[in-house]
Ligand binder design. Structure first.
Ligand code: FPP
Length: 251
């Protein structure tokens, strides 16, 4: 028996939780004859602008895809630069995020990450754990399929240890995901014109609206995010039921 779709306010009230696939850093740099790493650095500036703009648009939670389990396939120099950006982002922004009431949560596997990155992630989560004005979730070393497999394995381990019984259901599996306890995802956005999920929030995408924007991530900011809110407000979220809007009269 599937769980009930989440209780969500009407789309006209705007999204509370926006998830972003920040795509196009490499193409942004390439178009300017710059190395890809510069594109990622500009991507961090776009992330800062976007986080700052979100609360005024009524958004209470942002989830961003910072590094996927597939990104390890990139050249070692690029991987190392992405790790370096996490170090500098936390070093430059953690105090401000804490002061502004932002809780930081990092989704994904810590296995295989450099030890200092794991400590940085733990420090960011611990320092901001008491905040409740805004939730910033960073998917890092994250893969949607792996997250589902780990949740299923966690349940199997609990059954084997005699701590859980019964068949696995949607509610129990959902509680084992790294997004457990967070608000339901209202809309998933991908920038750069590509139209796929690339292993991002596969379970959570079940009832999310999808928005694809042509802007490259380093150019992202308040205006593009406001456009997402506007598009979302005009969606008719039915969760498999019938429209709340009056049916069109027969011609
Ligand atoms: C996709 O662009 C973007 C990424 C793989 C990384 C996103 C990371 C950041 C915006 C900065 C670092 C993040 C944190 C959490 C501080 P791409 O390289 O695939 O672009 P392309 O498709 O144009 O090549």
């Amino acid at each position: 028996m599937p769980v009930e779709p989440p209780e969500s306010p009407p789309a006209s009230e705007g999204p509370r939780h926006v998830a972003l696939i920040m795509d196009g850093n490499g193409r942004w740099a390439q178009a300017r004859g710059l190395p890809r790493t510069i594109g990622h650095r500009e991507g961090v500036q776009a992330l800062k602008r976007t986080v700052q703009a979100a609360p005024a648009l009524g958004i209470r939670c942002l989830t961003v895809f910072g590094f996927s389990t597939e990104n390890w396939r990139r050249p070692a120099e690029e991987v190392s630069d992405l790790m370096g950006l996490v170090r500098s982002y936390v070093a430059s922004d953690l105090k401000r995020l804490e002061r502004e009431g932002v809780r930081v949560r990092v989704l994904g596997s810590r296995a295989g990450l450099p030890a200092d990155i794991v400590s940085i992630i733990e420090r960011a989560e611990e320092t901001t754990a008491h905040n409740d004005k805004f939730l910033l979730q960073v998917a890092f070393n994250y893969g949607g399929r792996a997250d589902i497999v780990e949740a299923a394995q966690r349940h199997a381990d609990r059954v084997l240890a005699g701590q859980a019984t019964g068949p696995l259901d949607e509610e129990t599996l959902g509680q084992g995901l790294s997004t457990a306890g967070g608000p339901p995802v209202d809309v998933i956005v991908r920038t750069s014109g590509e139209q796929r999920l690339s292993n991002f929030l596969l379970w959570e995408a079940a009832y999310a609206e999808l928005v694809f924007q042509n802007v490259l991530w380093p150019d992202y900011g308040p205006k593009a995010l406001a456009d997402v809110v506007e598009q979302y407000r005009n969606r008719d979220r039915r969760f498999g039921g019938l429209s709340a809007a009056p049916a069109l009269a027969a011609c």
